[in-house]
Design a protein around this ligand. Sequence first.
Ligand SMILES: [Zn+2]
Ligand SMILES: [Zn+2]
Length: 112
Amino acid sequence: MGDIIKAACPCGLTSKQIYRGIGFGYFETGYFCEPAYCDTCGIVEGKDASKSFSKCPSCRSKVKFYNPQLNEQEEETTGEPAFSHYLAGKKQWHCPKCKQDTLKFENLGCWD
Ligand SMILES: [Zn+2]
Ligand SMILES: [Zn+2]
């Protein structure tokens, strides 16, 4: 269950659709997806946020999550991830391509 979102910035950056949220296998795999970005490559992608280290698909360095809680987590998380509505809390976000805070997330719908 979750939202389908997409990131877009006036500089031309767009992401693929990101299926944000908890997948079917969550309770077995811990997999859940959150938008993350790579400042080196200028891309935004949905990444598995249950791992403490998610790699950029092209340069292999660590990506950063937009959810500030996920970047701070160092100890193992227990229980369900906190799905705060942090994306609604800010209108414009850091764009890894033009480095301005002009990136927006569009909500395309829900999935289940
Ligand atoms: Zn990269
Ligand atoms: Zn941009």
